[in-house]
Write a protein that binds this ligand. Structure first.
Ligand code: S3P
Length: 180
């Protein structure tokens, strides 16, 4: 782990807020790598997130996610894109607060239920949206409402993503970064 290395920016927000698409564009403009915690977890585990949830349960997934986020905050110098539920973990929140305390930028990508569901569509790879007794849309609305305060707590900035292309949203994120 390289000491003193910090991400250029951290993106958080609910499923369908555009973290991956916006993160890629921000990374392209800055000329840095993008680390998507979902991808990193799948690489390390050699399984998909849906498989980890099904085989080991959500708590095991959250433990892997916390390790990836806390490590990446000290070792990744590009864009760090967090899975929607990463902010639920107290260690992750403490690590994000420390990163912000050192001048780090954490952006909450905000999105309406309507727009998020349009982006997610029929993508069945998100286990959090599938449970008995609720539609994916109902679950998204409930989960997003439960987490909203946490996103606001960890973020230094909120960027609305309903309007504009991922490139336009990326430019709004880039405007928040100190000159490099
Ligand atoms: C989750 C969001 C997903 C992924 C996992 C759980 C959540 O990431 O980490 O399915 O709890 O909101 P995205 O936000 O990138 O879809």
């Amino acid at each position: 782990m390289r000491q003193g290395v910090r991400p250029a920016v951290v993106l958080c927000g609910p499923m369908g807020s555009g973290k991956s698409a916006v993160g890629r564009r921000v990374g392209n403009v800055l000329g840095v790598d993008v680390l998507d915690t979902d991808h990193e977890i799948e690489e390390r585990a050699g399984r998909t997130i849906a498989e980890i949830f099904a085989d080991d349960g959500e708590p095991a997934f959250r433990a892997l996610e916390r390790d990836v986020v806390v490590e990446s905050l000290c070792a990744h110098d590009g864009v760090l894109s967090l899975g929607g539920g990463a902010v639920l973990d107290a260690d992750t929140r403490r690590a994000l607060a420390a990163y912000r305390g050192e001048g780090g930028v954490v952006v909450f990508l905000d999105v309406s239920a309507r727009q998020a569901m349009l982006r997610i569509g029929t993508d069945a790879r998100r286990p959090m949206l599938h449970a008995d007794g609720e539609t994916p849309r109902q679950r998204w609305i409930r989960i997003a409402a439960e987490r909203r305060g946490v996103y606001e707590e960890v973020a230094s900035h909120i960027v609305a993503t309903d309007r504009g292309t991922p490139g336009a949203v990326a430019r709004r994120v880039l405007d928040l970064l100190p000159q490099r």
